[in-house]
Design a binder for this molecule. Structure first.
Ligand SMILES: NC(=O)c1ccc[n+]([C@@H]2O[C@H](COP(=O)([O-])OP(=O)(O)OC[C@H]3O[C@@H](n4cnc5c(N)ncnc54)[C@H](OP(=O)(O)O)[C@@H]3O)[C@@H](O)[C@H]2O)c1
Length: 271
């Protein structure tokens, strides 16, 4: 005879929450999970994007929230605490041509809030939720709970001249690594993605509509395949494309002053 837990697990549709899932990489990952039969929820702040998703993908549940607003974010997380989930992806991000246009106070606040502070708020909440679910055996048996965050290859290099974006993503990589160790006793997976350029609308918008000149730029589809593989293989930190990974590895072996000089001359040009 089947136990109640076995019965629940058998009929359980896994649920994913994609924070920053209203466009670009987050939306592509959300749609991919939808196609795999997952129940999907996405969070973003742009009303037009949310309306588009509601029309295009009526089964995706959308939540409007400005992640730069701590109170608003907390009340959404409180609302979501009533719903169980198996995977959360933090894909929200803010990037700009930081070297060319020096960040003003408002842009700097926004970049720190989205790329680092809201990430910390969401991961803290999500880890508590998954641990509670773990204790109540609320998980689908064939689906290991996971927390995924989208950092950037820019965060894998350690150099003093790094931008606020690179430093925030570097902090995200370090935080994810700590969460991975902390959540291991609960059998909760934590994977961090550090990708190179992905041909999203946001990146094209920053480059007058065409980002094809970016080194080793990859399509959204390729990025989704790489990320899903990293999740399936339980990779701690996935750095891709491979060509970029090798370059970064080589650069990280250079003496710091030389690395700093190279990056300074390279990064101070329009991207
Ligand atoms: N594209 C690349 O080349 C590349 C490379 C490496 C890493 N990444 C990282 O990948 C992630 C996705 O980038 P993308 O290119 O797909 O850009 P995108 O389309 O702009 O995606 C960013 C997501 O974050 C959400 N977001 C931004 N500000 C928000 C706010 N204040 N409140 C709530 N949600 C907010 C956006 O939703 P709303 O607009 O609805 O607010 C959107 O869903 C980012 O973390 C980025 O750093 C991108």
């Amino acid at each position: 005879m089947k136990t109640h837990a076995e019965d629940t697990a058998k009929h359980h549709t896994p649920h994913i929450i994609v924070v920053g899932g209203t466009s670009g990489l987050g939306l592509a990952l959300a749609v991919h999970h939808l196609q795999l039969g997952w129940q999907v929820s996405v969070i973003g702040s742009n009303e037009a994007k949310i309306e588009h998703i509601n029309r295009q993908y009526p089964t995706i549940v959308t939540y409007a929230c400005d992640l730069t607003d701590v109170i608003q974010t907390q009340s959404l997380l409180d609302e979501l605490s009533a719903i169980s989930f198996d995977r959360l992806i933090y894909s929200a991000g803010n990037y700009t041509n930081e070297r060319v246009n020096h960040l003003n106070q408002a842009d700097s606040d926004k970049m720190l809030a989205i790329n680092l502070q809201a990430f910390e708020q969401v991961f803290r909440w999500a880890s508590v939720q998954l641990k509670q679910q773990h204790q109540s055996l609320d998980f689908a048996k064939d689906c290991r709970p996971s927390l995924i965050c989208i950092a950037s290859i820019a965060g894998t290099m350690d150099y003093p001249y790094a931008s606020l974006y690179a430093k925030s993503k570097r902090a995200m990589i370090a935080a994810a690594s700590a969460y991975r160790v902390a959540l291991d006793p609960y059998d909760i997976q934590v994977t961090c993605i550090a990708s190179g350029y992905i041909d999203t609308q946001a990146l094209r918008d920053l480059n007058d509509g065409d980002a094809s000149h970016k080194p080793f730029i990859m399509s959204l589809q390729t990025a989704v395949v790489e990320i899903m593989k990293a999740i399936d293989d339980d990779v701690e930190l996935a750095i891709f494309p491979r060509s970029m990974r090798y370059i970064i590895r080589a650069l990280n072996h250079l003496p710091k002053p030389l690395l700093n000089w190279i990056l300074r001359s390279k990064l101070d040009r329009p991207s």
